[in-house]
Design a protein around this ligand. Sequence first.
Ligand code: MN
Length: 738
Amino acid sequence: MNNKPIGWNGKTLMKMLEESEKYIKETKSYYGIDKLKLKEEDPFKYERAFASLRGALVSARETALHVAASPIVKEIGELCFALYTPEGDSIVVSTGILVHVHTMSEAVKFMVKEDYEQDPGINPGDIFLNNDPECGNVHTTDVQTLIPIFWKEELIGWAGGVTHQIDSGGITPGHDLVSAIQRFDDGTYYTCRKIGSNDKIWKDHMINARRSVRTPFYWELDEKCRLAGDLMIRDAVLEFIEREGIEYYKQFIREVIEEGRRIFQERVKERLIPGRYRAAAFFDIPMKEEAWQPRAKIDKVSNQPLEIIIKNDGSMLLSFDGASGPGPNPMNCAKGAMEGGQWVLLTQVLIYGDKVNDGAYFAVDTDYPIGTWCNPGDSSLSYQSPWGNLIPAYTGMMKCLSYGLYSRGYREEIVPGYGFTGDAIQGGGIYSAGPLKGQRWSLSTFEISGQGLGASGVKDGLDWGYAMWNPEADLGDVETWELFQGGIPYLSRRVKPNTPGHGKYRGGANYEGVAMIANSKEVDFFGARDGYCFHGSGGMHGGYPHATGYRLYAKKTNMQEIIQNQKEYPLGDPDPSNGEFEKLLEGDIVRKKYCTIYPIILENNDVIYYALSGGPGYGDPLERKVESVKQDLDNGIYTNDLVINIYGVVAEYKEEMGEWIIDEMGTEILREEIRAERKNKSLTFDDYWEQERWKITEDMLSEPVKRMYSESLRLSTKWRKEFLEFWRLPEDFQLEVK
Ligand code: MN
């Protein structure tokens, strides 16, 4: 038991947190700071102070990932570090998966509010571990290590690091599970647990942790990696204090958060126009055919309506009022995950060149309505793959901000959305032959961190190079992924045609891969991404959404015979209606219109396929430059049939030249024809409204869509009122779902 408070000036941590919350509420500024005194008195010293702390965090990250880390962490840098105030507000952050910077803040606040100061005690050298989404985390797969930093007898901050694990011991192998439907399927939970003292992780914790996951070696490596980084940060902070003095440090960390808050508001004022912005986004969760558990057999679509209010002072309100309900699936999102998502995108779209810390968090008011998928308030649910809802939902924020950026003339900053970082093919198996016989391998390529970005208002989206949760996206090397998923060697990886959303500027494109099971037994395999409907809110100003995903695999194949006779095998699925799998393979070929599947069992010589996501487009495809369309054809980004139908471009492939040649005249005529056809087919808004309303009143909506709207109507009176008014429906209107 600690009797002497560890906060500043004899206060307890709880008292400090209460005070800081009171200041924000009453004065709107961090700790009631009205003048940035240190910055005004000596701006050079102030900026140097920020740069030295920031540099310490970046180098802690770079060093830690080389000290010890699992392949996901090492190959694509799936980790980040941050420094927090005693109350848990982030002061400065490293590079990396910035989605977690605010999440760890909530973990510190949880420990403060639960009075960890009294029990289990917070002492110099203590180590805490957290992976509970109910106290700030995204999912159990993300594991956070937090250590307190003391100066003399006072707690002066926290260092935190987070990594994404390959396996956290859930219902099946994998890191973003599909078949988890309740907390007890999510894997091992550490709810802000003390796991060490005197800078040493306790042996009993490590014994337990190793037995709780399928990849104990990687788990242990990553625990060492995070602790190493945290200790480096602590050393750097103590050196800083020795150099600049404790009083300077204490004042600096508060001023710099207040400055972060002001910077955010200034950027909002500069780049957006006050007003109300709205966007709609959706995600399909098709579990009716897939789920094993009887009560999970439901097809759902999530409703993710977003409203952003920009106020004159540059502050922002973000509301998901009208969101549909949670469900017996792993896509439920706790509030901490939502805040993480909001934060990582705001730093990318608005404050990328400035001081990044929790100041930005304080400049935004949020409404994640309780009882919905984005704040279920029920810790018995599964939170294993919240990304399923979070990723599509925040495309709405990108779109709202893009309308504002467009209005201010920042056309190059527009980005209506991004590809879904899904279809990380997952699972694992056991080697049945070779030098590693008997050992387990895990399927977890992190190629998913290279998706197509949405187009801007002046150029195409970035191809295969963007992940919304890690601004330093990197799809990694096949050779590295094969090192630890040895039982499923790649047969190919190449550009997949027709993935990007069409537009004057097309979305970023993406690729596809084929792999085969070899030398293994007991292989589980599954994956997830948008399938029946495109994720998110689609393109902008006439741009189209990207192509959706689907599932394709072949079992009981003749791959051995193909290999022995050196015959052709499928390298992809460029045209699903005339598939290479069907042409080149003998066996049971399975195609599903949706992509999210529960685990299946695979055997040697079975062949799997996956396709990554393109980004949404911007502007009318008929305005796309003909030379750009030629390039798309030459590079295999689009096939000729789509180029004719959507871009109105007439082209012919010249075998002898090895390129596509455009028929300029034919293109002009075709584009005119398409414009005339559009005019003929177009409806007035009133006719369109009538037609859509009829679907509601005549019970023509599909079951998952009805379920989605019935949940939104039940969960929000405001949303219900607006829905009924817009469609002119009676007060007692109900959507019946059987
Ligand atoms: Mn994660």
